[in-house]
Ligand binder design. Structure first.
Ligand SMILES: [Zn+2]
Length: 201
């Protein structure tokens, strides 16, 4: 992975400032554990339900991700061809710890899927902090997919690759005990009506 230019460029741009202003690629950021994110998500799912939370996360992240895709491609001077873009986003999101993205896309049919290993949302689900503050793997299995936010980012990327707006539906999630999270290209607009229909049978 370290042989590749985008990974190195993103990873090496991280600056740890003594005054508390951590930056990566010039963006003010902060570091938190995946377990903490998953814990916040647990509360939201419990209070408001997965349909509302997944829709809310997906729709807001989808708008943000559309801007992010354009900005990142310009910032890193990524060549305007799909394979270069696939390589770039795989390396960039690996560098910032979101997961390992593998695009399996059919450009002629504008369909396909993205397989994500080590999704931060899924891995956080299966780890918890003990009362003594240690992070431990619990092996817990979710009954629902947990990575709608990641799916929205993938949808914005693949829409850019295809030159056509598509959506991404998470069909299996590592948090449910699968090896990886699997996101399928969908040409239906995201809505509460069709979301998760494949899991309801
Ligand atoms: Zn997942």
């Amino acid at each position: 992975m370290s042989q590749t230019p985008y990974f190195d460029e993103a990873a090496k741009s991280a600056t740890f400032e003594q005054d508390g202003q951590f930056n990566i690629i010039g963006v003010r950021a902060f570091i938190t554990s995946c377990a903490s994110i998953a814990d916040w998500m647990d509360d939201l799912y419990m209070l408001l339900g997965e349909r509302f939370i997944d829709a809310r996360l997906y729709l807001s992240a989808r708008r943000a991700a559309k801007r992010t895709v354009t900005a990142l491609l310009a910032e890193f001077h990524v060549p305007d061809d799909p394979k270069s873009k696939e390589q770039f986003f795989a390396e960039f999101y690996a560098a910032i710890g979101w997961g390992n993205l593998e695009y399996q896309l059919d450009y002629a049919q504008k369909t396909g899927r993205v397989v994500v290993k080590n999704s931060f949302l899924a891995q956080g689900y299966a780890s918890k902090f003990t009362a003594q503050g240690r992070s431990i793997a619990t092996g817990a299995k979710s009954t629902i997919t947990r990575c709608a936010l990641l799916g929205a980012y993938l949808a914005a990327q693949v829409s850019n690759f295809f030159g056509e707006e598509i959506e991404m539906q998470e069909q299996q999630c590592a948090a449910m005990g699968n090896d990886a999270c699997l996101f399928q290209v969908s040409h239906e607009r995201f809505s509460l009506r069709n979301h998760h229909k494949q899991n309801e049978s």
